[in-house]
Design a protein around this ligand. Structure first.
Ligand SMILES: [Zn+2]
Length: 89
């Protein structure tokens, strides 16, 4: 799986279906999401062996929750940081 995987049409479709599945609602704080704040969080990060495209590993999250979770990940790798950047609308 290359770092570019998240820039593909496959990822865009996956992200949209996760947001639709979760009703465009942040699964951490419950606020309504729209295109300005919607993100998709990898529950199990890629560096921990989490799947990028497996929807059971993905959750709709607002920008704020996703970023605060990201800060808590002390072992944030370079590729993970790239993933977070690409996930922003
Ligand atoms: Zn939130």
């Amino acid at each position: 799986m290359s770092k570019k995987a998240l820039g593909t049409a496959h990822w865009k479709r996956t992200r949209l279906s996760v947001l639709a599945r979760d009703g465009w609602q942040c699964q951490y704080c419950g606020i309504h999401l729209d295109k300005t704040n919607a993100q998709v969080d990898h529950v199990e990060s890629r560096v921990s062996g989490g799947s990028v495209f497996d929807q059971s590993n993905l959750l709709a999250a607002c920008k704020k929750c996703n970023q605060s979770k990201g800060i808590l990940k002390k072992e944030l790798s370079e590729s993970e940081a790239l993933v977070k950047l690409i996930c922003i609308w």
